[in-house]
Ligand binder design. Structure first.
Ligand code: AMP
Ligand code: ZN
Length: 468
């Protein structure tokens, strides 16, 4: 398998640390609002990676965090905690807000047929592990304390910024535009590991005792702590959206590598953004779209899944309702192809000689840095061919092939059911009417099927049904 590694800026052959096993960590959602369909693109990217690894024979241990504390409105440790902001907006406690949006997130990812991570850990359930890291960093002299927070001193590391390739001096320019509210913070790029519940944060709802004073952890720390607690360093693969490269992942690397003196992760993978109206979709955007919006407009959640897979994860994808309609039509074609398993005709010709070859080629595309668009191009070709030609094949082999497609794309093609015996009888009666050239009856029977959502096309091997 080959994967693009942000750390080396190259497509590399993937070699896990342990033969046949992979440790994968994903930065999960910040649960102060519904995930929008941009966030869900990130989820499908992770799920595709997971499926590609599993189909390649690896046992994957996939850990994901849920950010329910410490993620401030600005990446430069400024502004309110996003959860506190959500609580104010909704007149609820932060805990209620977190529970509600975790539940919504899991419902949405389930509807998208996402494999549940092996373990999900909330930041608020890993406070001890986060404090342990601060203790180590204090001992090693990487951090300093002000009245407002405990900060990681980024100048103590030679290779801070290696993930983005950005020099500290370049990053300073980007951050200095922010108003730095803590006058004792030494460098604008220093990041908080622990905020004290004083001043701006004196009303913060979430707070824990610590050896240094009551407070709450900074956002980046939870991922380092959860990785240490659940997987240990280094892990094989760490993922997130491209917006995480410059700050969140850079800071995860800084604190973990300073504390544990091992690389945090060997491969860093990042998905590009979903765009809407020419810009990044964001939770604060006015036209943000959620999965509920998609479903309320009559789309199948799996059409959205297919829409994501049509773009390579490292390219921008542009969302429009027209694009989603096209994806839904493509899904219909795939389902029609899958429904051919109920109507294989012994007398018909084969479309191609071997599913095995096709499967091999498709897998190669997926194993080439998750090239889902190319893999789907050949599946679409096959779906189109089945519209033209009825094929006779070994039913078992065809089922195995569909199972393989479901395995990599997660489109549940094998979920569709055969039509009912009654509907089959209608098709037989219509055939009889046609043989007698009773066109009026034949048309009536075809219309009756249509009312039930079943279309018919006549092939030289007999009628073929499909779902309208
Ligand atoms: P958040 O809930 O804001 O912490 O984001 C969850 C994940 O979604 C992160 O990995 C982000 O990088 C990713 N993300 C945010 N916006 C977009 C977008 N418009 N397109 C794709 N991924 C996104
Ligand atoms: Zn993270």
């Amino acid at each position: 398998m080959k994967l693009y590694n942000t750390l080396t800026r190259k497509v590399e052959k993937f070699n896990p640390l342990k033969n046949g096993a992979v440790t994968l960590y994903t930065c999960g959602p910040t649960v102060y609002h519904f995930a929008h369909i941009g966030n869900l693109r990130n989820v499908i990217f992770n799920d595709t990676l997971r499926r590609a690894l599993e189909i390649s024979g690896y046992k994957v241990t996939h850990v994901m965090n849920i950010t329910d504390v410490g993620h401030l409105v600005s990446d430069a440790d400024e502004g309110d905690d996003k959860l506190e902001k959500g609580a104010k907006r909704e007149g609820k406690t932060v805990w209620e807000v977190a529970d509600f949006y975790i539940d919504a997130f899991l419902k949405h990812t389930n509807a998208l047929n996402v494999l549940p991570p092996t373990k999900i850990v909330r930041a608020t359930d890993a406070i001890d592990s986060q404090q342990e890291i601060i203790k180590i960093l204090l001992k090693k002299g990487f951090v300093y304390q002000t009245q407002q927070a405990i900060y990681f001193d980024v100048t103590k590391l030679d290779d801070y910024g290696k993930l983005s390739g950005q020099k500290l001096s370049e990053k300073a320019v980007a951050v200095r535009r922010e108003v730095v509210t803590d006058k004792d913070k030494k460098h604008p790029q220093d990041f908080a590991l622990w905020f004290f519940t004083v001043g701006h944060f004196s009303d913060h709802q979430m707070r824990w005792d610590s050896p240094w004073g009551e407070g709450f952890p900074g956002w980046h720390l939870e991922c380092s702590a959860i990785i240490h607690q659940e997987l240990g360093e280094p892990i094989d693969i760490h993922t997130g959206g491209v917006d995480h490269i410059g700050t969140h992942h850079t800071n995860e690397i800084a604190q973990s590598e300073a504390a544990f003196e091992k690389p945090l992760a060997n491969y860093w993978l990042h998905n590009e953004f979903l765009h809407q109206d020419g810009g990044k979709m964001s939770k604060s955007g006015e036209t943000t779209i959620t999965l509920d919006d998609v479903v309320n407009r009559g789309y199948d959640p799996l059409a959205l899944r297919l829409f994501y897979l049509q773009s390579h994860y490292r390219s921008h994808a542009n969302f429009t309702w027209e694009n989603l309609t096209a994806a839904q039509n493509r899904l219909k074609d795939y389902r029609a192809m899958a429904d051919m398993r109920f109507q294989i005709k012994p007398a018909a010709g084969d479309i191609f000689t071997s599913f095995e070859d096709f499967q091999k080629l498709t897998l190669e595309k997926i194993q080439n840095d998750l090239n889902t668009p190319e893999a789907m191009a050949s599946i679409s070709q096959l779906a189109n061919d089945t519209k033209e030609v009825v094929f006779s094949t070994n039913e078992k082999e065809f089922n195995k092939f569909l199972q393989f497609i479901d395995g990599i794309l997660g489109l549940n093609l094998l979920d569709s059911k055969d039509i009912s015996d009654q509907q089959k009888d209608i098709i037989t009666d219509r055939e009889k009417a046609r043989k007698k050239k009773d066109w009026a009856k034949s048309d009536k029977l075809r219309d009756r099927l249509k009312e039930q959502g079943i279309g018919l096309r006549d092939s030289e091997h007999g009628p073929i049904w499909y779902r309208i």
